[in-house]
Design a protein around this ligand. Sequence first.
Ligand SMILES: N[C@@H](CCC(=O)N[C@@H](CS)C(=O)NCC(=O)O)C(=O)O
Length: 211
Amino acid sequence: MPATLYYSRSTASLVVHWLLIELGVPHELHELDFDRREQKSADYLKLNPAGVVPTLVMDGQVITETAAILMHLADLHPRAELAPAVATTQRAQYYRWMLFCANTLMPAYRAWFYADEVAGAENTEASQRHARQKIENAWQYVADHLESHGPYLLGAQRTAVDFLLTMLMRWSRNMPRPSDTWPVLHAHAQRMKALPSFKEVYAREGLTDWT
Ligand SMILES: N[C@@H](CCC(=O)N[C@@H](CS)C(=O)NCC(=O)O)C(=O)O
């Protein structure tokens, strides 16, 4: 049975959609309309109690959390070499950057895009100011790393975490300082955007910006 991705276009589910295409995993899409708050419907909350996307249902199992889904997909397809072997130093770096994306960048973006969640609707300006600082500090940190250890996060090997990083770079495209104003991040993004799977996921989600 094909996997089912619960998604909403141009959100965190984009990178899972992208990796499914890159790996050639048969899948169906189930779109959730955020305007109608379908991500908070009783049926969907049974799959993903946080009421967020992505959710992947595969082999009878429900998997949530973007980074976890990416790591699992990469492990299931070792021939694509998008995940270093377990218990190697590269694997440790892979975990490091996956967790950095999931624990540092994603929550900071959440605070930027859903600023009212941080300290109430009356404090969104201050929340966004803090979030912006965290995001820009994170991009500086990644840029410094890529300068000395690039071109990919793990050096010469492109892995699943570079897909996640690219999506997170995209999220800053309308912010005061977009990630690709750092030349080394721009170069990384250009390399990732050149993948046919990137063009394909853009076409399937009907995206036209940040090409
Ligand atoms: N920790 C989750 C966060 C996912 C997340 O925040 N998704 C956003 C879209 S980018 C969402 O579904 N927002 C809808 C909502 O919060 O109602 C993950 O990594 O999968």
